[in-house]
Design a binder for this molecule. Structure first.
Ligand code: FNR
Length: 376
């Protein structure tokens, strides 16, 4: 098998286009446990469902005959300009989906021109991803460690590797109640996925001491990540330690915007972790307008959770997002055909976004805030 791929199943002759087709094809190619881990979400999966249906409640009111021959999709966040308003969301343990994991995804991101956000619990380390992609734009997503020296050490490694920003995910102080994984008895960390950045971290290994066996190491990773005591002072401490911009991922309440900015955040990511953490929350898209308003142009607001197609991207940008992160769609592309699969998913999303902007009469992503949406 290739990673956790099932045997005897070939890459499809015609690459799936729609999200539903991607999911179906990936289901055939991935093991039950791995597919369940990617597809599923917390508790009753209400938030997972709401994240996508929320898009149907907002309708585009397009403008006609506005010369849209030159579509400019570029966006500027802080000091960096990127060709598309699209990022690869941090997704851990990508070796579960394909043997080449993050190396394949980061290479695809580089080929297409999309920044890659690397998870703390990636299957390949910061240094391995850097070596595979050299100078393409990359951000590092931090799961704060109870041992703050480990957090600081990982951030320093990302700085040294030339990563452009740090994303601190704040909705995962513990893992959500994921019934599919409980039922399939699937625990990727325990199976050895997602520890590359720990094994290669001097602060983590120093704290581990002599107990370097698999069990002790995984227990230590879990003890570090599970940290209900975490609060905004940890973000402030990190802001003092790094010169990189810090994006806080997992904001839904507008009053958390001020907390994040006061702690030193340079940007926000509105997200409910694709419904994998707290179930029963507001759809991420429905939380976006109030967060954008509270941010009041002081910091960029990135969006994820529920993006499946180009029209979704355009709607999120029209509601004030500076850019979006792609999650499950690229994971399925990776499962279907590695680097090539991720490239195809990204190409299709970009092309559909380009067509949507054209037909809606807005030529520049920077002007998408002028696109009128009607709430049905
Ligand atoms: C994630 N996500 C995530 N987020 C994060 O900050 N660190 C991580 O390691 C992971 N790992 C992860 C694994 C898998 C399999 C999935 C599907 C998601 C959440 C991710 O960044 C993003 O918020 C969601 O994927 C967005 O939801 P949709 O659009 O994928 O439904």
């Amino acid at each position: 098998t290739k990673g956790d791929r099932q045997m005897n199943i070939e890459v499809p002759a015609v690459f799936p286009v729609s999200y539903q087709a991607l999911e179906q094809e990936a289901k055939k190619l991935m093991s039950k446990g791995a597919y369940g881990y990617v597809r599923s979400a917390a508790s009753n999966e209400e938030t997972l469902r709401k994240n996508t249906t929320a898009f149907e409640k907002w309708s585009i009111l397009p403008r006609m005959l506005r010369n849209v021959a030159d579509i400019d999709m570029s966006v500027t966040l802080g000091e960096h300009t990127y060709p598309y308003p699209i990022f690869i969301a941090p997704v851990g343990m990508q070796k579960l989906t394909h043997e080449e994991g993050e190396l394949a995804t980061a290479r695809a991101a580089k080929t297409i021109g999309v920044p890659f956000i690397q998870s703390t619990v990636s299957s390949y380390s910061i240094e391995e991803v850097k070596a595979a992609t050299v100078d393409s734009p990359k951000w590092f997503q931090l799961y704060w460690s109870r041992n703050e020296q480990v957090s600081f050490s990982m951030v320093e490694r990302a700085e040294r590797a030339g990563y452009e920003a740090i994303v601190v995910t704040v909705d995962t102080i513990m893992t959500g109640w994921r019934e599919t994984d409980i039922a399939t008895q699937f625990s990727p960390l325990k199976e050895g996925y997602g520890k590359a950045n720990y094994e290669s971290d001097p602060a983590f290994m120093h704290a581990l001491g002599e107990k370097t066996d698999h069990e002790s190491m995984i227990q230590s990773v879990l003890d570090n990540i599970h940290y209900p005591e975490m609060n905004w002072s940890h973000i402030a401490a990190l802001a003092k330690r790094t010169s990189l911009p810090i994006y806080i991922k997992g904001i839904l309440h507008p009053e958390d915007v001020q907390c994040a900015i006061e702690a030193g955040a340079s940007g926000l990511i509105v997200s409910n972790h694709g419904g994998r953490q707290l179930d029963g929350t507001v759809a991420a898209l429905d939380a976006l307008p109030a967060v954008v308003k509270a941010a009041n142009q002081k910091v960029p607001v990135v969006f994820d959770s529920g993006i499946r197609r180009g029209t979704d991207i355009v709607k999120a940008l029209a509601l004030g997002a500076a850019a979006v992160c792609i999650g499950r769609p690229f994971v399925y592309g990776l499962g279907i055909d590695g680097q090539v699969g991720v490239e195809k998913v990204l190409e299709n999303l970009i092309e559909e976004t380009r067509i949507t902007m054209s037909l809606a009469g807005i030529a520049r992503v920077k002007d998408l805030n002028q696109l009128k949406l009607i709430r049905e």
